[in-house]
Design a protein around this ligand. Sequence first.
Ligand code: GLC
Ligand code: GLC
Length: 814
Amino acid sequence: MRYGYFDDEKREYVITQPDTPLPWINYLGCEEYFGLISNTAGGYSFYRDARLRRLTRYRYNNEPLDEGGRYIYLRDNVSGQFWSPTWQPTRMPLEEYTCRHGMGYTAIRSLNQGIEAQVRYFVPLGESLEVWQLSLTNRRPAPARLSAFSLVEFCLWDAQDDATNYQRNFSTGQVEVVDGVIYHKTEYRERRNHFAYFACSEPLAGFDTQRAAFLGPYRGFDRPRAVEQGQASNSIAYGWAPVGSHAIRLELAPGETRTVVFLLGYHENPVEAKFDPPGSQTINKSTVVPIIRRYLQPEQVEAAFQALRSYWSGLLGRLQVNTPDEHTNRMVNIWNAYQCMITFNMSRSASFFESGIGRGMGFRDSAQDLLGFVHMIPERARQRILDLAATQLESGGAYHQYQPLTKRGNNDVGSNFNDDPLWLVLAVCAYIKETGDEGILQEMVPYDNRPGSETPLYDHLQRSLHYTLERLGPHALPLIGRADWNDCLNLNCFSDTPGQSFQTTTNKDGKVAESVFIGGLFVLAAKEFADMAEHLGQPDEGLPYRQAAASMGATVLSAGWDGDWFLRAYDDFSQPVGSSQNVEGQIFIEPQGVCVMAGLGLEDGRAARALDSVGERLATPHGIMLQQPAYSQYYLHLGEISSYPPGYKENAGIFCHTNPWIMIAEAVVGRGDRAFDYYQRINPSRREAISDVHRCEPYVYAQMIAGRDAPTHGEAKNSWLSGTAAWNYVAITQWILGIQPDYGGLRVTPVLPAGWQGFQARRTWRGVPYEITVERRGPGNTVALAVNGKPVEGNTIPVAEAGQTSVSVHVTIS
Ligand code: GLC
Ligand code: GLC
């Protein structure tokens, strides 16, 4: 069953009924001002940091779900009836409803009682504000006398404090209302120099800024007294819960359309010019009023919207493919790339499963996300790399997270996730392959942001590798620390105290438990580093890492091989985890993926054997499970993984992030049918047809799909912010379609399903578009290349010569 359809031409998903199984969301903003928005206009906004600069309140886990948003109420002033054109919050039935989620905007259209309403929400490029463009058309044969009310509920900036510190917060709220603009200025009188504003293009019939006055006693957003009575009360908030609501009256002739613009924005003043007149307590508005005036003009708004559209066409245009599969085309060309950009913006911080409070930018998460967005925004990827590296510690370890506002490592979460630093190596190599910008390696980057501690980025990468080598356990495999990629395999935690964080509690000194996964990841990263050093003309510098990779590889193949697959780990008693000797958790997906990606077991068939075991034991029609058999009870020595009921999350859920590692590994061993089959199983667009089972948005990947042990097998959870986005993008574009940026050229090594006759791609690489046509002439994966009509040895298209404006590439595989 479906709840909408894809409109690929417009790059939109069109939702045709408001009561989707879960709120289906989209993101607004791509620079500093962001918001998330559901298909019924729920959601919240923030400036740079979802915790520390939150503009509006939001209650996701409410009943009904998804409360608080960018609300508009319409009222027929003759009948007194009112409704929300975005369905929530009144949930009055609408005669027609569609929500179009597009690239950086959402437009909701409805028809009710002869009044057609369309509201389009977006954030103009370069601005820290959002626009709500409301168009109302009278489809009745007679004139319509209407009122419209807007509504946002302000957050008192720090979202955590806002939700907990009531003794203070009930007394601090402050607003100003001047020339119809509502200014939210809580704490502006003291240490803040920022405020929010909410403006409307129409003359006001009234306004409200105190929530209780707008709603009336014991009423929710679904039935505000002001709307019911058709009359705002011009309330001014002193403490309690400041809101912003404009009331306007409109008379529409039959067929007439009127457009009203609302602006919600964030603004900072210089500290010395906060007040006007100086010495008063009144906000200096001289810096913000010109911005407000500008965007209240419909032509400016339209121009800003067109600019946003071309911005996204530019980004997505860097890689467009035409394959025999519509789901592949749609995901690669539109939604998967878009999701990668959203993970660039948000990391894991703000979604409907992350409250925007708990997590900043993850070190390993951001480094992996980069693999999916680097070709779209190389300049900003460069900055991300430098920001991440600056939170690395002198030991080579890394803060697990940093706060986007301060760019400082988060002390509460700390360090000792022993895989973290290795991902930086992969990110930097991917960046240089994409851009050719070797200069980044010489950038001076501090440790823990400490001035004076700077070394070239190149040294940071070496320290990352040494961090692993300096922390080996009894089998000479890497010590796991608090956790490796699997945050929930906590082998040094031993927590029996409710409420302790599995991620930050360690009750063992961590000198025994080892990770085969980190072993495989080290081999991959050390080889990447050695390749890079060779490419830079410094093979001597690469050699020790090549040797270290070889010796770690040998260790993994001996101490880390179980017979039919790679082991997962050794626990604190030096007992295997992920072994046929275990009763539960016999085989894990992660080491099978990463070890084969690192090239382990390719010569002696163990790679293929491990992948066959994955196929036999872990694959389901809904994707590949993380491990089997699921843990049926809590194991003190394994930690959080066994805290989840069987089939969910890391305990044998289909943790989608890991699936593309298997797709890539299948491509590495040359099995295109299997690689593509796995790709299809979790492809959201393909799962659209079973939206009633899948339940999450059909246009983006979710973190997890419930595994076979779960009563809700096939149900997705935690959409949008997941490494799944980047890795699936890499798996399909670089391994199955096989277009891989490399230092000295663009490599093309497709590993396609047998039934495909080929595909076309247009890839912009280092500023030049490559028009690639791939044609199958035989059943294998052997590549023959012709570049601009001339045969080229090997499988790598050389970097285009200066002045070339496009390169045409013909590839045959046989
Ligand atoms: C979450 C985390 C990620 C971790 C994964 C597996 O997605 O953001 O860092 O690797 O879970 O536990
Ligand atoms: C939980 C989740 C895991 C995530 C971690 C991050 O443990 O299960 O996926 O990585 O939280 O804090």
